[in-house]
Design a protein around this ligand. Structure first.
Ligand SMILES: [Zn+2]
Length: 242
């Protein structure tokens, strides 16, 4: 009995510390066979994509949703930016920047349109640039789209593909109590600064088109020279790094 009360006392003393240790920092893992299956089935990765799965990392990232609730999202990025992305999202968590949803784009059959329509925050997707034939930076896992409904892509002629984004055309904060308003990324915002100070470009700074949801980083990413054969057996630890 005495031990029981001692344990209770220790837990009571530790609880503020445990809460304080919620830094909002997530963690990274290699792309294991289960995740690769999801990517392939969902169509976000296939043979011929410029980056091999072994050069990508699967992240679990805590965030605050639009109701202020703590959630843990999923994201895939290039290994060279994985730690930095975890740092940035920990900082976003700290400032209370709200994120509507954070799921893998393969959950949306790798459809950029559907992922945006769901207001999903995501990074890696092996696809062409919007309206072009070159690989998008998302194909390298070095680009992230954040709250895409509140932060629309606005084409050269001013058109927006998603109706739900129309009310976010005008880039001005109006109501700090509205999570959708706080999710808007506007020049000078702390959320934007957290990326920029680490050398990420922001699509909201572009002149011909505006891509307010988009951040990317130029890093020396090695493209796959040849597509290696996928081994028939998965290594013992279940992690296949190819
Ligand atoms: Zn993007």
């Amino acid at each position: 009995m005495k031990n029981f009360f001692t344990t209770l006392l220790i837990l009571a003393l530790l609880s503020p510390l445990l809460r304080a240790s919620d830094t909002g920092r997530g963690y990274k893992r290699a792309i294991d066979s289960r995740i690769l299956q999801r990517m392939k089935r969902g169509g976000s990765w296939r043979r011929g994509c410029p980056v091999a799965p072994k050069d990508l990392r699967y992240l679990r990232i805590p965030y605050r949703d639009f109701h202020g609730k703590r959630e843990v999202g999923e994201m895939i990025v290039h290994k060279s930016v994985a730690d930095e992305v975890l740092d940035i999202f920990a900082a976003l968590y700290k400032i209370g920047y709200p994120i509507n949803k954070m799921r893998l784009v393969s959950d949306y059959r790798a459809s950029d349109f559907d992922s945006i329509e769901a207001d999903n925050t995501s990074a890696f997707n092996c696809r062409n640039v919007t309206g072009g034939k070159k690989w998008s930076r998302h194909s390298y896992g070095t680009a992230i789209d954040i709250n895409p409904i509140e932060n629309p892509y606005i084409s050269r002629n001013g058109s927006i593909a998603h109706k739900k984004s129309y009310r976010f055309r005008k880039r001005v904060h109006r109501n700090s109590k509205d999570p959708a308003d706080r999710a808007m990324l506007i020049k000078g915002d702390r959320a934007v600064y957290l990326f920029k100070k680490r050398g990420w470009r922001w699509g909201g700074d572009w002149h011909s088109i505006k891509d307010y949801q988009h951040f990317d980083k130029t890093i020396p990413v090695q493209r796959r020279k040849s597509v290696r054969k996928i081994p028939k057996t998965v290594p013992e630890n279940g992690v296949s790094l190819f």
